[in-house]
Design a protein around this ligand. Structure first.
Ligand SMILES: Nc1ncnc2c1ncn2[C@@H]1O[C@H](COP(=O)(O)OP(=O)(O)O)[C@@H](O)[C@H]1O
Ligand SMILES: [Mg+2]
Length: 253
């Protein structure tokens, strides 16, 4: 049975000034799947990812063409509320970026912005989100200490909890474990496998083991083009394109 497409993108092109960084990307994402975006540094993975929640809007001189849809709605329509969009399409970066507040205040940040004040509702959201982010047991007795006092791996899980608290449809992750130690990385990988049951996850990763271990689909980018997109098994065991094969086997990148 075909899965629901949560995000579709057709012929996406992006220029930074005169430099064309994306040359017409066609890529769709299914509900309840993890899609890995791989490719050498500078190939356009982050640029493409930022198109999906309009983070590139913030960069001066950027021009974007193509059609990108979230559940059928045009992401670049003038009707699209960008604040709402970034809630529906949450993002996690390479460097954990908790706010300099308590763990609790980090997680409820988005909910408070929505005007939610009811303590019981906020308490419930903190517990649920931190459980989903696989960090509840480690922090439940110190929710009011600064998030900055935690280890990098813990900070990243709190940040993921903050994203989950506003109940997004899609989670974008740009190399979320590359600044972390192997144990923290594995914890986050296992968490993503759980989160897949409820979310659509798009994961940029430099780590081939990570992509092959946890993703359902893999997209291989090279110099602003999408070279190959397929089931992860196919990409890693029997890729169609020579360039994919060369990259997977470590011949460049
Ligand atoms: N803000 C920017 N201004 C100009 N060029 C940029 C900007 N961000 C990225 N680029 C360029 O766009 C290309 C793709 O970069 P990026 O999307 O960051 O690649 P990746 O995430 O795959 O390493 C690179 O050539 C990079 O130098
Ligand atoms: Mg990048």
């Amino acid at each position: 049975m075909a899965k629901d497409k949560v995000i579709t993108s057709a012929d996406v092109k992006l220029w930074y000034g005169d430099f064309e960084a994306l040359h017409g990307i066609n890529l769709d994402f299914n509900q309840n799947e993890i899609t890995a975006l791989i490719g050498p540094s500078g190939c356009g993975k982050s640029t493409y990812l930022r198109c999906l929640n309009r983070m590139n809007d913030l960069i001066p001189g950027v021009k974007i063409e193509g059609d990108m849809r979230l559940q059928g709605e045009d992401i670049y329509s003038s009707q699209m509320d960008v604040v709402q969009l970034r809630k529906r399409v949450g993002m996690v970066f390479q460097q954990p970026n908790p706010f300099p507040f308590s763990i609790y205040d980090n997680v409820v940040y988005g909910l408070r912005l929505q005007g939610i004040k009811d303590r019981a509702v906020l308490d419930e959201a903190v517990e649920t989100s931190l459980k989903q982010a696989a960090i509840w047991d480690e922090v439940k007795d110190k929710l009011h200490v600064s998030a900055l006092s935690l280890s990098g791996g813990q900070q990243q899980r709190v940040v993921i909890g903050r994203v989950l608290a506003v109940q997004p449809d899609v989670i974008l992750m740009d190399e979320p474990t590359s600044a972390l130690d192997p144990i923290s990385s594995t914890q986050i990988e296992n968490m993503l496998l759980e989160l897949r049951e409820q979310y659509t996850i798009i994961l940029v990763t430099h780590n081939m083991h990570q992509a092959s271990r946890i993703s359902d689909k893999t997209a291989f980018f090279l110099q602003g083009r999408l070279v190959e997109f397929d089931d992860t098994k196919k990409i890693f065991l029997n890729p169609h394109e020579q360039e994919t094969s060369d990259y997977i086997s470590g011949r460049f990148g």
